[in-house]
Design a protein around this ligand. Structure first.
Ligand code: UDP
Length: 479
């Protein structure tokens, strides 16, 4: 092994802002506070401008590079996005191997540790072969990891579709989940992605440990139960290294959203945003608009192009927008004029961290993506849960459970596989529940507590720092 005085960490990151943003945050933290250098390795396939912008301003000591594009021409055009990502991960393994070898051969960089994010643990095999300490950087929560580690067992011990399981799925230290709340790609046994999810669950076991973007106050029981399992050697250990979230900057001060929020009373505005990928149907976009209007509450809404086919279409811009280049054209006739003053609809993107930390924001209608959740908790803003895809349903269950209590749900349960269109009356009533109701008040109190806990978790010398310092220390000893 190369004796590097400065540890060099290589972080492999799958496409999507939800993965690239926290990876950049972790790399910055390792470089700024733990004396490491870091290389962020992304995929050319499936990358978007939005992904790349998170990598535009990296601190000293952090570099980004991309693995070359590989052909996916043989995959059916309507192949699931997860299958596409897993295929890219496998097909680029030879390139990754070459890259790691070139680092290993170049003193003083070497590779002190290799981190693969939650969608690319197949790459851990390459690090194992080269004798490099290897970890999974899990950008969602420990509940989600626990369910993914359970997939191989789910596949062999049950025969029905998981939404038809008669009993809830109860995993150690986790909120009980309805089978329909498990991650999307295990919802259909006949789709090839199901077997890939089984392999994903097995690939995680190649890791020396898991770095989870979570913190104790958010997942205490799950962390305790997982530690018991890893102490017994069932799973590699998990380290809570969260919340890794971007801090608000003053650069957004001139943004149209922030300037509008500056004019609004404290805690009065509902921020509505479904992540970088969340997508509503044409009908749901119109009902949401009507519901926001009927709620009588102030709102700031990030409007996306709708899609009637895919709830995650915005992720890679596959919305069926035809020649239409304005998402606002899908809003009901006269909506913008009628809600002027009380509401602001902005197309496509908002500076979310700055918005959530603005004093005028009092609630967040969210798809429950994990980064959005951590950003809401860190800003002390309660959520209205509108899960759409991936692991968002289980996040919503956990967030609205008594143990976390950060969220109120639009619909009480996703047990009905067909979520259907949520009508305007239901939207309006849910919005009022969060902004002016008793349930919202309770969630707001919990949000305040979580904000304090998040601050403590990431304070200098706090649990996040200690977990990372412990790990870097181990890498150094080994080097
Ligand atoms: N985001 C943003 N502005 C937007 C939409 C999203 O800044 O208009 C950021 C958000 O702050 C978060 C990330 O994009 O950091 C979305 O990640 P998340 O895990 O919540 O959801 P995903 O996009 O992966 O579904």
């Amino acid at each position: 092994a190369v004796h590097a005085t400065v540890p060099h960490v290589v972080l492999l990151v799958s496409p999507g802002a939800g993965h690239v943003v926290p990876a950049a945050q972790l790399a910055a933290c390792l470089s700024t506070h733990h004396g490491c250098t870091a290389t962020i390795v992304t995929y050319t396939n499936l990358s978007t401008a939005r992904n790349s912008s998170a990598l535009a301003s990296l601190p000293r000591g952090v570099t980004a590079m991309a693995l070359p594009e590989v052909s996916l021409d043989d995959l059916p055009a309507d192949e699931r996005i997860e299958t596409r990502v897993f295929t890219v991960v496998r097909r680029t393994l030879p390139h990754l191997r070459e890259l790691l070898l070139s680092f290993l051969g170049s003193s003083p960089a070497g590779v002190t540790a290799f981190l693969a994010d939650l969608l690319c643990p197949a790459a851990l095999a390459v690090a194992a072969e080269l004798g490099i300490p290897r970890y999974v950087f899990f950008t969602s929560n420990l509940l989600c990891l626990t369910t993914l580690l359970y997939t191989p067992e789910l596949a062999t011990t049950t025969a029905c579709e998981c939404r038809d399981l008669p009993e809830p799925v109860v995993l150690p230290g986790c909120v009980p989940l309805h089978g329909a709340d498990l991650i999307d790609p295990v919802q259909n046994r006949a789709n090839p992605v199901y077997q890939l999810m089984v392999e994903l669950g097995l690939d995680y076991l190649l890791a020396d440990g898991f770095l989870i973007n979570t913190f104790d106050a958010m997942e205490h029981d799950t962390l305790v139960a997982f530690k018991e399992l890893s102490d017994k050697g069932v799973y590699p250990p998990a380290y809570a290294v969260g919340p890794l979230v971007r801090s608000p900057t003053s650069e957004a001060a001139n943004d149209v959203c922030i300037r509008w929020l500056d004019e609004q009373p404290d805690g009065s505005v509902l921020y509505v945003c479904l992540g970088s990928g969340g997508t509503l149907s044409v009908a749901q976009t119109a009902e949401l608009a009507a519901g926001l209007e009927a709620s009588g509450q102030r709102f700031l809404w990030v409007v996306r192009f709708p899609s009637d086919k895919d709830v995650s279409a915005s992720y890679f811009g596959t919305n069926d927008r035809g020649d239409n280049d304005d998402p606002m054209s899908y809003l009901p006739e006269g909506f913008v004029e009628r809600t002027k003053g009380a509401g602001l609809a902005v197309p496509l993107w908002a500076p979310q961290v700055e918005v959530l930390n603005h004093r005028a924001v009092g609630g967040f209608l969210s798809h429950c993506g994990w980064n959005s959740t951590l950003e809401a908790a860190s800003a002390g803003v309660p959520m209205l849960a509108w899960p759409l895809f991936a692991e968002q349903r289980m996040n919503a269950v956990m967030l609205s459970s008594q143990r976390v209590g950060l969220a109120v749900r639009v619909r009480p349960s996703s047990a009905r596989p067909d979520y259907g269109v949520v009508p305007r009356e239901e939207v309006a009533s849910a919005v009022r529940k969060l902004m002016v109701g008793e349930m919202g008040a309770a969630a707001r109190k919990k949000a305040g507590e979580l904000r304090a806990a998040a601050e403590m978790a990431s304070a200098p010398g706090g649990p996040q720092h200690q977990a990372l310092a412990g790990m870097v220390g181990k890498w150094k000893v080994r080097g």
